[in-house]
Design a protein around this ligand. Structure first.
Ligand SMILES: C[S@@+](CC[C@H](N)C(=O)[O-])C[C@H]1O[C@@H](n2cnc3c(N)ncnc32)[C@H](O)[C@@H]1O
Length: 234
C-alpha cells in the first residue's frame, strides 16, 4: 500500500518527541541484535525506517543491509550511515536482486500491517530466496484481529512512563487523533493476522514458524514470529 510508504516519507508525528524516537530505535536495535548468533552474520532489516540505532546492530554482525522503500528516509539513511563500512542502504527493488542464499538473518518489524496480503506474500518469496538454508526470518509487531487501538495507546503510555516522556505522549496522542495517521488508519486500515493465519501464510511461502516469547519493540499485545527454511534431508 503505497499510501503508507508516502506517509512514512512525510514529516509525520508518529514519534511524539525526539526522546520517544530515540528510545524506540534503541529498543528495536537491541531486540534485533538479540537475534544475531554470530559476528560473521549478514543481516537484512527489511523496511527499517529511520533505524537511528542501526550502528548497534552492525556492531554485532559482519554486514547489515538497511532496506527502505521511502526515498526520503533512504536518503537520510545513506547520509547517516556513510561512515559505517558495515552498513549498506538498499531499496526494496535492490533487495529483490540480492543473491540467493546470501543472508543469515532477515528482520521485518512493524511492516506487515502496512502491506496488502499479496505484497506480504511477494516479500516472503524474496526473503525465502535470499536467506541461507540455515538462515532465520524474524517477523515482528504483527497486529492481531481481536486487539484494537486501545492497546496501542496503552502500550505507548507504558513505554512513555518507563522512559520519561509521558507528558509528550499524552499531547502526542491528541495530535495523532487529529492527524493523517488517524485518517489513513481509518480509511486504508492496517492488516491484522491471528497467530494461525500468519503461520499458515508463512508455511505457504515455505517457512516453518513459531511465535517468539516476546514481541520486538515496546508493544506486548503484538506478536513476533521466527521462521526458518524447512530442513531438507538428502
Ligand atoms: C512503523 S515503520 C517500521 C520501521 C522499522 N522497521 C521499525 O521497526 O521501527 C513502517 C515501515 O514500513 C514501510 N512501509 C510502509 N508501507 C509499506 C509497504 N506497502 N511495503 C513495504 N514497506 C512499507 C515504511 O516505509 C516504514 O519504513
Amino acid at each position: 500500500m503505497d499510501e503508507w510508504i508516502d506517509y512514512y516519507d512525510s514529516t509525520h508525528t508518529i514519534y511524539v518527541s525526539k526522546l520517544h524516537r530515540d528510545r524506540h530505535f534503541a529498543v528495536i536495535a537491541r531486540d534485533i541484535a538479540g537475534y544475531i548468533t554470530s559476528p560473521d552474520a549478514v543481516v537484512l532489516d527489511y523496511a527499517c525506517g529511520e533505524a537511528l540505532s542501526a550502528g548497534r546492530v552492525a556492531d554485532a554482525c559482519a554486514l547489515l543491509y538497511l532496506a527502505e522503500p521511502a526515498p526520503g528516509v533512504r536518503g537520510r539513511l545513506i547520509a547517516r550511515f556513510a561512515p559505517n563500512t558495515k552498513i549498506r542502504v538498499r531499496s526494496l527493488e535492490d533487495v529483490r536482486k540480492m543473491a540467493e542464499n546470501s543472508v543469515d538473518l532477515v528482520v521485518m518489524n512493524s511492516v506487515a500491517q502496512y502491506m496488502t496480503p499479496d505484497e506480504l506474500d511477494t516479500a516472503f518469496a524474496t526473503i525465502k530466496r535470499i536467506l541461507k538454508p540455515s538462515g532465520r526470518f524474524v517477523l515482528g509487531d504483527i497486529l492481531r484481529p481481536e486487539v484494537g487501538m486501545f492497546r496501542d495507546v496503552l502500550a505507548l503510555l507504558q513505554f512513555a512512563a518507563r522512559n520519561g516522556f509521558l507528558k509528550d505522549a499524552l499531547i502526542g496522542l491528541i495530535s495523532t487523533a487529529l492527524s493523517d495517521y488517524r485518517e489513513l488508519r481509518t480509511r486504508v486500515g492496517l492488516q491484522r493476522y491471528s497467530e494461525d493465519e500468519i503461520k499458515e501464510r508463512l508455511a505457504k511461502s515455505g517457512f516453518s514458524a513459531s511465535r517468539a516469547l516476546h514481541n520486538i519493540g515496546h508493544n506486548p499485545w503484538r506478536m513476533t514470529f521466527v521462521a526458518r527454511q524447512p530442513i531438507t534431508t538428502t
